[in-house]
Design a protein around this ligand. Structure first.
Ligand SMILES: CC(C)(COP(=O)(O)OP(=O)(O)OC[C@H]1O[C@@H](n2cnc3c(N)ncnc32)[C@H](O)[C@@H]1OP(=O)(O)O)[C@@H](O)C(=O)NCCC(=O)NCCS
Length: 291
């Protein structure tokens, strides 16, 4: 069994080397590494071979100690298929048990069969999926939709009526690739980096979205999530976020939305996924194990 130890500052070059080989170099690891080292709630785990870190993972304790968020599982391509990812995952699960957390969670792309296999082997189950889509150059999209007005709200205005809207599967908010239960403190936390918009009907929320600007390898990216109860509500929010991505001078945008609107989305001229010849839907899934 290889030795597992926390990450340290001197591992930076090894981490950048692994990131360079992950997802065509579009890995978020270089943006997370410093934050993990500083964060007392992050429990990093690394495996060394021949004097270099070749595999790593992080368990971040969130939601006041209820949840262990699993992230950053990576194995250098030269060392894959030797069980290091399983070993790290088991270690992370045991860390969560030792910390007496209530559950562990992570999100993954549904096309990432390795990730799903490793999670399910560690006793995790898929809770729900959201469709996702990535686009370069949102500023070039001329399409717009505005059936009903969209208004920006503060997190405090969502405290009591977002959950009762019934829009969120399992009352979980997905923002970027992260997830939090839609409790008031979580909404306030998400509101520190994201902005919120709603459409109302008789004072009740009938559609909701959030968006945030974040760093990505190709320049700033607009990341958004839309939850709507109607097709027109979905299109109005989508259009709004195309506009926000443009206004914020983002070079790309990444959106997540309910799968029931996939057909509507991919019917839009600009949204057609040219790389997808097999018609396989690219989705995000939330995995969870209650401990
Ligand atoms: C996913 C990743 C961590 C797996 O690393 P690895 O060293 O190959 O994993 P392991 O050798 O521990 O294998 C773990 C399990 O996944 C399975 N697996 C690995 N590659 C697979 C593939 N392409 N298809 C299906 N299963 C696969 C292995 O068979 C093994 O299952 P088993 O124990 O039932 O035999 C590695 O490919 C990687 O770093 N990928 C890029 C980043 C990423 O996708 N991370 C996932 C978290 S988002």
């Amino acid at each position: 069994m290889p030795e597992i130890r926390p990450l340290r500052e001197s591992d930076r070059d090894d981490i950048l080397e692994i990131a360079k080989h992950t997802w065509g170099g579009h890995d978020y690891l270089p943006y997370s590494f410093d934050a993990w080292l500083k964060d007392k709630n992050s429990h990093t785990a690394a495996i060394e071979q021949e004097g270099h870190v070749i595999a790593l993972a992080n368990l971040r304790v969130i939601e006041n100690g209820r949840t262990g968020w699993m992230e950053g599982l990576r194995v250098h391509p030269d060392y894959r298929g030797r069980g290091f990812a399983n070993t790290l995952t088991n270690h992370v699960v045991q860390t969560a048990i030792d910390l007496r957390l209530e559950r562990i969670r992570y999100t993954s792309a549904t096309v990432n069969v390795e990730s799903l296999h490793i999670g399910q082997k560690a006793g995790m189950e898929r809770k729900f999926d959201l469709a996702v889509s990535w686009h370069a150059d949102p500023g070039e999209i001329a399409w717009r939709s505005s059936t009903d007005p969209i208004r920006e709200v503060a997190s405090t205005q969502l405290h009591h009526n977002l959950v009762s809207s019934g829009l969120l599967p399992y009352n979980v908010i997905i923002y970027d690739w992260k997830a939090l239960d839609a409790r008031p403190d979580a909404l306030d936390k998400i509101g520190q980096t994201a902005r919120f918009w709603v459409q109302l009907q008789n004072g009740a929320i009938k559609s909701f979205s959030l968006g945030l600007k974040r760093d990505a390898s190709g320049g700033p990216q607009w990341a958004f999530t839309v939850y709507a109860s109607s097709e027109s509500g979905f299109l109005d929010h989508l259009s709004h976020h195309v506009g926000m991505a443009t206004e914020n001078e983002c070079t790309s945008m990444f959106g997540a939305f309910q799968k029931e609107f996939s057909h509507t989305f991919f019917a839009l001229d600009w949204a057609q996924d040219e790389d997808d010849d097999e018609g396989e839907e690219f989705a995000l899934t939330l995995l969870e194990r209650v401990l």
